[in-house]
Design a protein around this ligand. Structure first.
Ligand code: ATP
Ligand code: MG
Length: 393
């Protein structure tokens, strides 16, 4: 018997794509994510991936924890690989159920068998029946319930036989790197990490840009963003984070513009800088955490005026979501606790009491013309610090 990991990925999404490219990228992302845990063989077979560690004492739990973060994977199982001999299947099925009952006692179960190996002398229903009966005869406290079983013992008879009792769900999506690269505007808030995660889930490689206004925002606020990028790197493996000094631009806007136009002009400046960094890095789009109507700068009029500052597509995956829906994802992906730490963002320091909810593009452009922001923007880009963030393992 050998302990291995079985990885399932979506068959359906493969159809529209170049399948080998997808599979190779997924394998290589898997390899990178578990690389530091020890040598393994990664074997692709019949639309699944098997991971076989070379050494005893492999940390399966740590591997699963990383694998469920690899986009493209639908679910993962810890599996026993055994010979396709009926007596062996019987022996190990009982053993697996016994081991499982020690940690998670159940009162009912069923056996589900798939037979890929047509040379095996028994058919699936017969295997399930026989194995089920054997387990019942040995563990009298269990009963069979085919409609609502406490657990399912899965038996897959192929060249070898695989048995397991748990499918650990992952996030699905597309393998990272199969859909180009985009630049995420990453604040310290709840929304933008979720927005970036959602695009990464669709295979988009993420770089991030953060605007900070030292000394109006603290060193700690910047560290918080680095921490958020680290959590995201658990899914994205690595994130290049661009930290843009934004103080001079904000002070200039603050000193010269009518208060109710501050926010929109500042947001447009952020977009312009992000687009230029994106172009420099070969990213094809911007991503923000904006959601329709959430605040004054996210009315449809404000979004239109913000959008008009750039030519690149701007993806706003949260646009139709409520805050509580975003929070639910933030909790699930592990960014929420960091996002709610109380450090100020540059948007909250230079905040207008009554920002315009229906800005007009023409008016905004006229105001910007007199600001001389161009050279300040050049300088901010020049002084941008780049940090390579790696997955926390
Ligand atoms: P978040 O929770 O992501 O901060 P929010 O609801 O607070 O979003 P805003 O502060 O108006 O909304 O920001 C809208 C979007 O603009 C953010 O989701 C993010 O993409 C971007 N953004 C805001 N502030 C910054 C910043 N300091 N650096 C980089 N991007 C920012
Ligand atoms: Mg914010």
């Amino acid at each position: 018997m050998k302990n291995i990991i079985l990885v399932r990925y979506g068959e359906i999404i493969l159809k529209g794509l170049n399948r080998p490219v997808f599979e190779e990228k997924l394998s290589s992302n898997i390899k990178k994510s578990i690389y530091s845990l020890g040598k393994v063989s990664i074997i692709r077979s019949q639309g699944r991936i098997f991971i076989e560690p070379h050494d005893e004492g492999y940390d399966f739990e740590a591997a699963v924890e990383r694998l469920v973060k690899v986009f493209g994977i639908v679910s993962v199982s810890l599996v026993w690989k055994i010979d396709s001999e009926f007596e062996t299947i019987k022996e190990y099925s009982l053993k697996m159920v016994r081991e499982m009952m020690l940690t998670k006692p159940h009162s009912s179960f069923k056996v589900e068998t798939k037979r890929g190996n047509k040379r095996f002398p028994m058919q699936s229903p017969e295997i399930s029946r026989e194995i089920g009966a054997h387990i019942l005869s040995q563990i009298p406290s269990l009963r069979v319930d085919v409609n609502d079983p406490g657990f399912i013992l899965y038996i897959e008879v192929r060249e070898d036989t695989y048995i397991y009792s748990e499918k650990i769900p992952s996030n699905g999506g597309m393998p990272l790197g199969t859909n180009g690269k985009a630049m995420l505007l990453l604040s310290g808030g709840i929304d933008s990490p979720v927005a970036g995660w959602m695009m990464a889930k669709r295979g988009v490689e993420i770089e991030a840009v953060h605007f900070y206004s030292y000394p109006y925002t603290s060193e700690r606020a910047k560290e918080k963003v680095i921490d958020l990028a680290k959590i995201m790197a658990g899914y994205c493996l690595r994130i290049k984070l661009h930290i843009v000094p934004f103080t001079e631009i904000q002070v200039q806007i603050n000193d010269t513009c009518p208060e109710e136009q501050l926010t929109i002009i500042m947001r447009r400046a952020m977009m312009v800088i992000s687009e230029r960094l994106a172009a420099r890095e070969g990213a094809l789009a911007l991503i923000t955490g904006e959601s329709m109507g959430q605040v004054a700068s996210q009315t449809i009029q404000s979004l239109a005026v913000t959008n008009a500052a750039v030519k690149m597509p701007v993806f706003r995956p949260l646009i139709g979501m409520d805050k509580n829906e975003v929070i639910e994802i933030a909790r699930r992906i592990g960014t929420f606790e960091t996002s709610i730490l109380p450090y100020e963002d540059c948007c909250t320091v230079f905040v207008a009491k009554h920002p315009k909810t229906r800005p007009q593009l023409q008016k905004v452009i006229e105001l910007e013309d007199g600001l001389g922001l161009e050279s300040l923007i050049d300088k901010a880009i020049e002084d941008t610090e780049v940090i390579e963030i790696k997955a926390p393992y």
